[in-house]
Ligand binder design. Structure first.
Ligand SMILES: Nc1nc2c(ncn2[C@@H]2O[C@H](COP(=O)(O)OP(=O)(O)OP(=O)(O)O)[C@@H](O)[C@H]2O)c(=O)[nH]1
Length: 421
């Protein structure tokens, strides 16, 4: 199968190699869906399926090394850039087209120094107004390329895969909403960073298949087995589009926010274009779930303060003087639109403090705790902006996300210290 640009978009068949046990998995599932044989009730079928899962996990490991050995080179073009104000400040949203798939991948850029080469390129026949409308600068487009400041700091980067459930409707089955909000908060604080937002819903199996996987998880399977039972790889994502976007944004060196070693491997493996330039991850910044840290004010920012060991001649953005937690709180609070929102925020923080101090006896639904004295009408954190809600999820409500995180650590090799929990 080729995409409209003639590029082969088929999954590498070796990635999804079938064997005799595997080919049966869909059928077995269908059998198990029937009213006579439930998945939980048939041990023989379960053990066959699990055997198949183990075999395929082994296949997957082999195929992943093959996948990484031949990274594709992809061309991207930024179509438009626009400023987006949000409760934590503002960023520049970049929308990309590419010749690998027909999805609109995005870059969420913080600070003024990171610019897209393809957006700035002068297009034939365009007027000044055309450039303004697509968000390009109105000089000849080359000034930013000589800007020494642009090269001064190593940006904080996150490669983030779309998760409608976690980000838009605040699912606590996974940590995706938190990861996106926390990355944005850190980048906003540094005023320097990029979230490459890839449309890879459900680790690239799509929302419909992910929802089926959720139903399998409700029958007792973990996130890896659920994917395999649906005949998908545990993780089918590749990162050549991300690599091309970072190259376009001139972010060749970066501090990368991730726990996923496969991302680092794939990102840094292939070259970007005929210049043969490659991306370098100067430092991996772990994504530690905030609810695993001690105390309600324990903060991601503090956890990697002082960790920075720049290996390049460029300055590391973490070496710059940085706001304390209280200053960040104040900055975020004052960026809210009006006094009412500030009151809501105080109320939210107070609720959170109250909940944390209750330890194990905390109710799983934070809305059931006593209204905080500050302004009881706004004590329900769900009334707060989704962004803020994701930055500080309530520990007791994240039990299912914790299960998901354990599986990522134990079965997918993600670098998460589950003893920290
Ligand atoms: N198939 C599947 N996808 C899921 C599930 N839960 C979350 N996702 C998707 O997983 C993607 C995020 O990947 P993760 O494995 O959580 O994390 P990661 O991006 O690999 O690693 P980090 O960089 O450390 O965050 C998003 O596209 C989510 O929609 C699930 O149970 N099944």
């Amino acid at each position: 199968m080729s995409n409209r640009n003639g590029i082969d978009t088929r999954r590498d068949s070796s990635d999804f190699d079938t064997n005799s046990t595997r080919t049966g998995s869909h059928d077995d599932l269908r059998k198990n869906d029937s009213s006579t044989v439930g998945i939980a009730g048939n041990e023989r079928v379960i053990s066959t399926l699990l055997e198949s899962v183990q075999l395929n996990t082994a296949d997957k490991r082999v195929s992943e090394s093959k996948k990484a050995a031949h990274p594709k080179r992809v061309t991207v073009e930024c179509q438009v850039r626009a400023r987006i104000p949000y409760p934590g400040g503002q960023f520049y949203l970049h929308l990309y087209k590419n010749d690998f798939d027909n999805k609109e991948h995005l870059a969420i850029v913080f600070g003024n120094t990171i610019k897209s080469k393809s957006l700035e390129r002068v297009r034939e026949g365009e007027t000044e107004m055309d450039r303004k409308v697509r968000g390009a600068s109105v000089d000849d487009g080359s000034s930013h390329l000589n800007n020494e400041n642009q090269k001064a700091l190593i940006p904080l980067v996150r490669i983030h895969s779309e998760c409608y459930t976690g980000e838009t409707v605040s699912s606590t089955r996974c940590d995706c909403g938190y990861q996106l909000a926390e990355s944005m908060r850190l980048m906003s604080n540094l005023n320097n960073g990029v979230v490459v937002y890839l449309r890879q819903e459900g680790r690239n199996i799509g929302l419909g298949e992910k929802l089926k996987a959720y139903n399998l998880q409700d029958m007792g399977h973990d996130t890896v087995n659920a994917n395999l039972l649906l005949n998908h790889p545990a993780d089918g994502r590749t990162y050549e589009v991300a690599r091309a976007i970072l190259f376009d944004l001139d972010c060749l060196e970066m501090n990368l926010l991730t726990n996923n070693p496969d991302k680092i491997k794939q990102l840094t493996e292939g070259d970007c274009d005929d210049t043969k330039e490659r991306l370098t991850v100067v430092e991996r910044i772990p994504m530690i779930p905030s609810w695993w840290l001690d105390g309600d004010t324990a903060h991601h920012m503090e956890t990697f303060q002082g960790l920075s060991k720049p290996t390049s001649s460029r300055k590391n953005s973490f070496d710059e003087p940085r706001d304390s937690f209280q200053q960040i709180e104040q900055k975020e609070a004052t960026s809210l639109d009006d006094a009412t929102d500030r009151l809501r925020r105080k109320s939210f923080v107070a609720s959170y403090t109250q909940l944390s101090s209750m330890g194990d006896s905390a109710p799983s639904n934070p809305a059931t705790i006593n209204p905080v004295p500050f302004m009881s009408g706004f004590s329900d954190p769900l009334q707060f902006s989704s962004h803020q809600r994701h930055v500080r999820p309530f520990g007791p409500s994240m039990a299912e996300a914790d299960k998901y995180l354990y599986t990522k650590a134990l079965k997918m090799g993600h670098m998460l210290n589950i003893e920290q929990k």
